[in-house]
Design a protein around this ligand. Structure first.
Ligand code: CA
Length: 227
């Protein structure tokens, strides 16, 4: 798996050796030799993964890890000289995704990068719900239909996501009121009906000729992939 890597390491020999090995494996590597340069680089050129040496001249690497976690969820692999469990648990709790213990080989680091990226990719996929040509990203709150972005109001997005997460299952109006509007009682199904008809229009269909939104009379509604 080829990645853009931000390498923060102050030792010039280790740094150039790692840059060489990672580049030889097809990764695009940007290197920094201080914590502040590293942080700036990660913010300015967001990489797929950060490799962070803990012993840096201007700041302790674990402090930098904390600062990084405040601004980005990018996967971070820490390189530590200490192979003890307390230290490793502390780093993972600070938000490290994985670690390598010095001295380590470029091959081992490359394998760790691959593993971290696979995990990151898997969680990105979990944020995507796909029904037919409809694709919903629950994290970025964006939805597309056949690749075309849908311009949805907040509740329309919530409604669509809930139906998509339950695709193929009939959902009742009281359930929608409870789950989407957080109104278990009252509110009336008018709210649901109105939002369903807005959503339907945005999906380019009508109640008479439904495609994705199928009403089941007297029961509720279900989202399906059209045939
Ligand atoms: Ca160092």
């Amino acid at each position: 798996m080829v990645a853009s890597v931000s390498l923060i390491e102050d030792d010039p020999r280790i740094r150039s050796a790692l840059v060489r090995v990672l580049a030889a494996r097809g990764h695009a590597v940007r290197a920094a030799s201080t914590a502040m340069d590293g942080l700036r680089q990660v913010v300015e050129f967001p990489p797929d993964v950060v490799v962070l040496d803990l012993g840096l001249p201007d700041m302790d690497g674990s402090e930098l890890l904390k600062m990084m976690r405040a601004v980005t969820a990018v996967p971070v692999i820490v390189a530590t000289a200490r192979d003890d469990e307390t230290e490793i648990v502390r780093l993972l709790n600070l938000g490290a995704d994985d670690y390598v213990v010095k001295p380590f080989s470029g091959e081992q680091l490359d394998a760790r990068i691959g593993a971290v990226l696979r995990r990151a990719g898997a969680s990105r996929d979990a944020a995507n719900v796909v029904v037919g040509e409809l694709r919903i990203n629950l994290k970025s709150r964006e939805a597309t239909l056949g690749g075309r972005p849908l311009d949805l109001a907040r509740k329309e997005f919530d409604l669509l996501s809930f139906l998509a997460l339950n695709a193929g299952t009939v959902v009742t109006k009281p359930e929608l009121l409870a789950e989407v509007w957080r109104q278990p009682l009252g509110g009336g199904d008018k709210t649901v009906d109105v939002h369903l008809s807005w959503l339907r229009r945005k999906l380019g269909e009508t109640a008479a000729e439904p495609r994705y939104l199928q009403t089941v009379r007297g029961v509720g509604v279900k989202l399906v992939a059209p045939e």
